[in-house]
Design a protein around this ligand. Structure first.
Ligand SMILES: [Zn+2]
Length: 348
């Protein structure tokens, strides 16, 4: 009694044979892995892998990949904008792998640093108190420093060492209080500045800039790999054809083929019925690439841009003429995950 629910299974990622006990999770060496991590929303009919990823791999991923992806990527930032995560928690956003800037080439505030606040449940960007110094080598021609940086005792010396004495200095602030603080800090450092008025909260678009980062790409590759496994089965994805992708996700070893390619456009065309869809899109299919038959996935969070994820080089095992896709709707209540039908798939 009870012993028949114990089996040995191979972990999808480390390929080690481990104990699985479906009835008693505590006795099992496997854990539930969400195809798309829950930080990007909880969905009805969500996709999970319940007996394919071992606890060791599962916790390695949450430590090494999932956290960075949720809190330090463009997609991670969009969680706060679209209310998947409360805008009040924006301070959790690290801004190291991806930064948020005001982007308006004709505005004198181009590339100024921004801050956030929540108003009527929506996240709004506002001007961060800052001092900018003219710097031809910096993007947009200015180097920006936050109030905390300006208040640092060494700030004056740093500026004198790094910049010519006649470099323009500008103060940007959207409250009188911040403006006064910046002025007095500059005065204490003995620095002269070009006069600047208090600037009202702006409405110009902010853009996100991302620094290429392997951790983020590995997190994207894992979503694609999980998704392929959910639909094609663990026995298929445990095949050698997918070892290169598996090693990339596990250890960051780059395969010979381009595994994760970010595309600067949404997955659906402007004319598509899904052009305005707000949510996530995952698809997987076999396709010819460089005269090789490869398994290719598409990952798009919040339907902003998409990633093409190549999960194999030339497939030596089986392949089919089959396309699979799911949408994760974040605007519906409750949030839903649903399969894409053949016609909708063709709009991608
Ligand atoms: Zn494992």
């Amino acid at each position: 009694m009870g012993t028949n629910s114990m089996q040995m299974r191979t972990c999808l990622y480390c390929k080690q044979l481990k104990k699985y006990n479906g009835r008693i999770a505590a006795l099992s060496e496997f854990d539930t892995e969400h195809v798309l991590m829950q930080a990007f929303g909880k969905f009805q009919h969500n996709l999970t892998l319940t007996k394919d990823v071992c606890k060791v791999c599962n916790s390695k991923f949450s430590r090494e990949l999932d956290r960075a992806f949720a809190r330090d990527s463009i997609e991670g930032y969009l969680r706060y904008v679209h209310g998947v995560k409360s805008g009040n928690k924006i301070a959790e956003f690290k801004g190291q792998r991806a930064t948020v800037q005001l982007m308006d080439p004709i505005s004198p505030l181009n590339r100024a640093l921004v801050d956030h606040r929540v108003s009527n449940g929506k996240l709004e960007a506002l001007l961060k108190a800052q001092v900018r110094i003219e710097d031809a080598s910096a993007e947009g021609g200015w180097k920006a420093f936050t109030l905390a940086e300006v208040q640092h005792p060494e700030f004056g010396n740093l500026v004198r060492r790094a910049y010519k004495t006649n470099s323009k200095i500008q103060i940007l602030a959207d409250t009188d209080e911040e403006y006064e603080l910046l002025c007095s800090a500059l005065t204490e450092h003995g620095l002269q500045w070009e006069d600047t008025q208090t600037i009202l909260p702006f409405t110009s678009p902010v853009t996100l800039e991302e620094f290429p980062d392997e951790t983020i790409h590995r997190a994207i590759a894992k979503i694609a790999f999980n998704y392929a496994t959910k639909n094609l089965g663990a026995p298929y994805m445990l095949g050698d054809d997918f070892d290169a992708a598996r090693n990339y996700i596990m250890e960051g070893v780059r395969p010979q083929f381009p595994i994760v390619v970010p595309m600067k456009k949404p997955a659906f065309d402007k004319s598509s019925k899904f052009a305005l869809f707000l949510g996530h899109i995952l698809t997987v299919n076999w396709s010819m690439f460089n005269e090789c038959m490869c398994l290719v996935a598409l990952v798009s969070l919040f339907n902003q841009r998409y990633f093409r994820v190549q999960l194999s080089d030339n497939i030596k095992g089986l392949f089919m003429d089959k396309k699979i896709g799911h949408l994760f709707e974040i605007e519906s209540n409750p949030r839903q995950c649903m399969e894409l039908d053949e016609d909708s798939f063709n709009e991608i």
